[in-house]
Write a protein of this length. Structure first.
Length: 457
């Protein structure tokens, strides 16, 4: 996934940040990286001290919790903002808490609460809690997870068995990369509603994420016993059990379950995905490629499928495997470009560049394909290659004109590969010299400070 962090003032600056969807990068680490990138651009308008005080926020101005994972706080392609003054979303205040407790303890006009909802604490008026549950869900949908967590936590103080809050708190903790914190909430929710399948599956996912494989497998086996054999729910739990067994190290047993499920239904997306994950783990590039290309046809907007396709391209021989399944011809250029764009957005940058180069070679007249290649080369700072790609397009389309200016005339103005290489060497040498000088200055300043501190007063 990739997010864009912006600083907007008299001086504007944007940094693109790319990571795997399952990356453990936190908001705090992203903020530190951004401040370091912004620091050389500090000016009277933005002092270095102010730079260190910047906080990352979502588009609606809410500060992102520093301990949370970037992948839990932002979606692919989202814009984040670095600001010095933030309207933080906080937990309900004391007055709101008192209102909540008062409302929760007031008998409802219908006179029926605990009887109709045995999963809740006795004496709690569910109708009175409804506005708070709605506010928490609204915050959750807006990705204001800190506020959603605060409201649900407050709700549990007045209704400790409120399954909506227990379940949602477990989901929030799991999405924030804290599976160990998610497990107790989800266990309490299951104790209240033992047959709730979605909660059991979420608990199993949290246990897997916490490397508690035996408990995860036990939960899935319990869930299997609670579902009707042959039902869609049974098939789903069975596949999840196969995945958990395979990932826990019981590859033979888990693989057998997945293989049997695949034989029963060769078109089931969940089974195909799980079997593809096993292929990736075993380095079976061709099988994984076939599966995820197949799933992409039906679920091209599914981010998890896209991420797994990108992961497949990281395997040895991935491009050759793609060639065997999708001919590299002009009529396939649009499909190849779509695949390149998809895997680029999920961090398979080098592989995307290779695909874009093939696409440009197939259709050298396409400005769109050439621009995609250039912009992708810019991500890993391969500027020399990007400039060479621009020149190659202009030379291949020399007679083409934009606003009366021919591409050939532009190509004539661009430096040769040799000139570009020389300029890059000079730039790198200057950067190394600057870094060395800065390190020497820092060391000298530190030595001076140490000497001054050693002198008697």
């Amino acid at each position: 996934m990739r997010v864009y962090v912006h600083y907007e003032g008299e001086m504007e600056f944007t940094m693109a940040f790319t990571c795997e969807d399952n990356s453990k990068s936190t908001v705090k680490q992203l903020a530190t990286n951004f401040r370091e990138a912004l620091k050389p651009r500090c000016s009277p308008e933005l002092s270095e001290k102010d730079c260190h005080a910047l906080v990352l926020c979502s588009e609606n101005g809410a500060a992102l919790p520093e301990a949370d994972l970037v992948s839990a706080c932002a979606s692919d392609g989202e814009d984040l903002f670095a600001r010095s003054h933030v309207d933080r979303l906080t937990a309900p205040n004391d007055v709101q808490s008192k209102k909540l407790r008062s409302a929760a303890s007031t008998p409802s006009s219908s006179g029926a609460c605990s009887k109709s909802a045995p999963s809740q604490s006795a004496g709690t008026d569910l109708a009175a809690l409804e506005p708070y549950l709605e506010a928490a869900e609204e915050a959750y949908k807006n990705r204001s997870y800190a506020r959603a967590k605060a409201i649900h936590t407050e709700l549990l103080t007045v209704s400790p068995r409120l399954v909506q809050s227990l379940r949602r708190l477990g989901e929030i903790e799991l999405s924030a990369g804290r599976p160990e914190a998610a497990v107790p909430f989800l266990r309490r929710a299951i104790a209240t509603e033992p047959r709730h399948l979605a909660t059991r599956l979420t608990l199993a996912n949290a246990l897997c994420a916490a490397d508690e494989w035996a408990d995860a497998i036990s939960e899935l086996e319990d869930a299997l016993r609670l579902t009707a054999d042959g039902s869609k729910a049974y098939k789903r739990v069975n596949v999840e059990l196969g995945r958990a067994l395979f990932k826990s190290g019981q590859q033979s047993k888990g693989g057998a379950i997945l293989m049997a499920a695949l034989k029963q239904d060769m078109e089931d997306p969940l089974t195909l995905r799980a079997y593809g994950e096993a292929c990736i783990a075993l380095g079976q590039t061709s099988d994984a490629m076939q599966i995820y290309l197949r799933l992409m046809v039906k679920q091209s907007s599914n981010k998890e499928i896209c991420a797994l396709l990108a992961k497949t391209f990281k395997l040895p021989g991935a491009i050759e495997s793609l060639r065997s399944q999708l001919p590299f011809k002009a009529e396939s250029a649009s499909a190849l470009a779509f695949i390149a764009t998809t895997i680029k957005d999920h961090s398979a940058i080098d592989e995307a560049i290779e695909l874009y180069k093939a696409v440009v070679a197939l259709v050298p007249t396409s400005a769109s394909y050439a621009l995609n290649l250039v912009h992708t080369l810019e991500i890993p700072l391969r500027y020399a290659e990007a400039l060479a790609a621009v020149r190659a397009f202009c030379e291949a389309n020399a007679a083409r004109q934009v606003g009366g200016v021919a591409c050939g005339a532009v190509a004539a103005l661009l430096p040769s590969d040799a000139d570009i290489a020389a300029a890059c060497r000079a730039h790198n040498a200057a950067a190394r010299a600057l870094s060395t000088a800065a390190a020497s200055t820092t060391a000298a300043a530190s030595a001076t400070a140490s000497a001054a501190a050693a002198e008697p007063p």
